[in-house]
Ligand binder design. Sequence first.
Ligand code: FMN
Length: 180
Amino acid sequence: MPEAELPEALRAQIARSTVALSLATADAPDMPLCLANDAFFRLSGYDADAVHGRNCRFLRTPDTPPEQVREMTRFLHADDRDDGRFPVLNRTRQGRVFTNLVFMSKLRGQDGRVRFVIASQFDQSVADRATAQRQNDAALTRSVGDLRVAAAQFGLILSDTSALLARSVSTLARIAVRDE
Ligand SMILES: Cc1cc2nc3c(=O)[nH]c(=O)nc-3n(C[C@H](O)[C@H](O)[C@H](O)COP(=O)(O)O)c2cc1C
């Protein structure tokens, strides 16, 4: 689906978010990206022209462990789970290798068919990872909540991912306490 045909409210929410977001259309073969925001472009080093219409696997490196890829493939093709988080070895356009924690959630139409997949990328290779990820996850929780409201206006259902994100936040809080 070309960007112009995306519901405007959804497009605006994605553009506004401070966390890296990308949206793929599930109607076209191989789930091409149809939208990404500035935070995604900053994180990956790619611009809009370089990502639109491409499957996001271009961020992989030749050294990305196959089991990391398999987890995402399984999630995207299975119908029993609508959201998840996947650590995967990625590489920016400039060649910097980093561990990307990819959050993905499926957007379904009223008929239950998956129409889009929304994803958020987080660079885990940053200094003070626990603090950075806590801040990222708080902003991601807000963005996903706003997106759910915007999507619902167009009959698109985004599952309630807050439990998954809250679990991630509390896991990180425990890691931070252990690190101190
Ligand atoms: C919206 C969306 C965003 C994605 N973002 C990333 C990403 O940042 N990094 C990555 O390695 N894979 C990402 N993926 C997963 C890949 O595109 C691909 O589906 C996955 O690696 C499975 O590989 P396969 O399609 O070759 O089986 C994303 C997928 C979708 C639908």
